[in-house]
Write a protein that binds this ligand. Structure first.
Ligand code: NAD
Length: 366
């Protein structure tokens, strides 16, 4: 067969990448494969106008490779907007490793992944995400300088999750202020879905403020442990949206606001850490029509990136917390801008981020 001749059928095969619903003019998508370690990873570099593409690496047992590709495309795009709206000089990127973090993650696999990151020469800088820890980033650091979120004992900023939780708490308070007229969460029924690294720390802030917290997680053991430690209720059923609540805090995985859940949601405010909570943009419109205030995920979960950015810009913990606290102001501004312009908060936030990127691009061109 003449390898130069590509049939129309073969060309059509390319469409699922550049033609993916989540493909949004990404600059570069890198497929990483290593037979010896079993590494199968995808690095998505969405946009580097504001700076190098920084975003965590997620290890997840995806049902198939398309699901992994779709995830990295959505997540890396979200990082572009997150950094832009937070005022950081960073672009948007993300990586996914296909596999079970509990059984398939080895130091060799992490080192190999680090080599792929290194091959990009700093255009992409990694960090931890779901299925990753600071210790994993320490291993990546052995083979590349283009990694953040390494242990404090190794000079890094450590686990970003408590800072992320603080930012989510600030964003939730701002959304409560907008919806209820007060940002005091005392007595508010808050439902936290997913009590991992971020969810648990968020529960801590909420309990301290006197909120009436209910938690849920796939792991019953985890629920029992967090419920005991903080004195909060657990929900072990499988229809959380049948529950009455003032505030829904999605802190597990994305797309929980979808066609199946949208009409069941009773909460008046949605504010959580999970990335890509809206399955599609139109779900943001439906929330608005129902009078539910949605605090855009990428605005309020920026604490983690503020924390790891400190490793590059060398600012201290106090500055990290000051910048994270400012998520309160950003969230209120976005909610007000959305109302003024008759768009959803998500659209208002994306537009604000895009304006900053466009301004920088035009400055670079001149
Ligand atoms: P994690 O892996 O520590 O915790 C996730 C928790 O959610 C786990 O306990 C898991 O059992 C639970 N879970 C998964 N699916 C669930 C479901 N269907 N119902 C109930 N519980 C479920 O992750 P994390 O670091 O706490 O991050 C949580 C979310 O916040 C993720 O979407 C992540 O991308 C996002 N996020 C995290 C950070 C950070 O600093 N860690 C920053 C920004 C965004």
């Amino acid at each position: 067969m003449n390898s130069q001749i590509i049939s129309a059928k073969e060309i059509a095969k390319a469409d699922p990448v550049f033609g993916q619903l989540s493909f949004d003019n990404h600059e570069q998508i890198v497929f990483c494969n290593d037979k010896d370690t079993g590494l199968k990873a995808i690095i998505g570099i969405h946009n580097t106008v504001l700076g190098p593409a920084l975003g965590g690496t997620r290890m997840w047992n995806y049902a198939n490779e398309w699901e992994a590709l779709n995830d990295v495309l959505r997540l890396s795009r979200g990082m572009t907007f997150k950094s832009a709206i937070t005022g950081l000089n960073l672009g948007g990127g993300k990586a996914v490793i296909i596999g079970d973090a509990k059984t398939q993650k080895t130091p060799e696999l992490m080192r190999k992944f680090g080599e792929f990151v290194n091959s990009l020469g700093g255009k992409y800088i990694t960090a931890e995400d779901v299925g990753m820890s600071t210790e994993d980033m320490d291993i990546v650091r052995e083979v590349t300088p283009h990694v953040t979120g390494i242990s404090e004992s190794k000079g890094g900023s450590g686990n970003p999750s408590p800072v992320t939780a603080y930012g989510v708490f600030m964003g939730m308070k701002a959304a409560a202020k907008y919806k209820f007229g007060s940002d005091n969460l005392n007595g508010k029924a808050v439902f936290v879905q997913g009590i991992g690294n971020v969810g648990e720390a968020l529960v801590g802030y909420l309990v301290k403020e006197g909120a009436n917290v209910t938690i849920t997680d796939l792991s019953e053991e985890r629920m029992d442990q967090v419920s005991r430690s903080y004195g909060v209720s657990s929900y072990k059923g499988n229809d959380i949206f049948s529950q009455t609540m003032d505030i829904y805090a999605p802190c597990a995985l994305g797309a929980t606001i979808n066609d199946d859940t949208i009409n069941k949601i009773k909460a008046q405010v949605i504010a959580g850490a999970a990335n890509n909570q809206l399955a599609e943009d139109r779900h943001g419109v439906l929330l608005q029509e129902k009078g539910i205030v949605y605090a855009p995920d990428f605005v309020i979960n920026a604490g983690g990136i503020i924390n790891v950015y400190a490793e590059l810009e060398k600012y201290d913990k106090q500055e990290i917390m000051r910048r994270t606290e400012n998520i309160y102001n950003t969230t209120l501004e976005i909610l007000e801008r959305a109302a003024a312009n008759g768009v959803t908060p998500n659209v208002a936030a994306v537009n604000t981020a895009k304006e900053r990127i466009a301004k920088r691009k035009s400055e670079q061109a001149n």
